[in-house]
Ligand binder design. Structure first.
Ligand code: FES
Length: 172
């Protein structure tokens, strides 16, 4: 199992508990509001988590990789405070102190979860760009895309041959 420090994401994450107790206490609207607040901010990621084992304190949020937990985030402004804290603002509420063993376990789980999310997003971005641009200066070979590019090139050449006589005529 990787250590949290072995797999640090490229950006910090707000990790919201999606467990039943947190949900009952307002976790769902908190998460929905955070989606709205952080949707346009590429510097902070947002992820859901099964349960931090701090159910009586919910709704709970963790900040990764900092490893800080906050609870009782059930008021109207909680999401705004969480978003501000993710961007360097003050703590959003009551800090939770998890037992060391549980804290380490959750940090490892979050590291794996976020690694998977980031890999999925990178794959989706590569698909959207047609399999090109891995972000490391290299290019992914995509036979389908290559065939499509060749067809486009042939069509462009045919169009040029077809259009060029007209263009010459209009210039004359
Ligand atoms: S349900 Fe949220 S910590 Fe357990």
């Amino acid at each position: 199992m990787p250590e949290p420090s072995d797999s640090l994401p490229q950006r910090p994450y707000v990790v919201v508990c999606r467990g039943p107790h947190c949900r009952e206490n307002g976790g769902l609207p908190l998460r929905q509001r955070l989606v709205e607040l952080l949707a346009d901010d590429a510097t902070v990621g947002l992820a859901g988590y099964a349960c931090f084992g701090q159910c009586d304190e919910g709704p709970n949020v963790a900040f990764f990789p900092d490893g800080d937990w906050y609870g009782h985030l059930d008021d109207r402004d909680a999401a705004a405070r969480v978003a501000r804290h993710a961007l360097g603002g003050p703590p959003p509420g009551d800090a939770l102190r998890l037992p060391d063993e549980e804290r380490t376990l959750h940090l490892r789980n979050m590291a794996e979860l976020i690694q998977t999310l980031d890999a999925d997003r990178a794959r989706a971005a590569r698909r959207r760009s047609g399999g090109r641009g891995r972000g490391d200066g290299s290019t992914v070979e995509n036979p389908g895309l290559r065939a499509f590019a060749m067809k486009c090139n042939q069509l462009r050449q045919r169009l040029q041959r077809f259009l060029l006589p007209d263009q010459r005529r209009t210039r004359e």
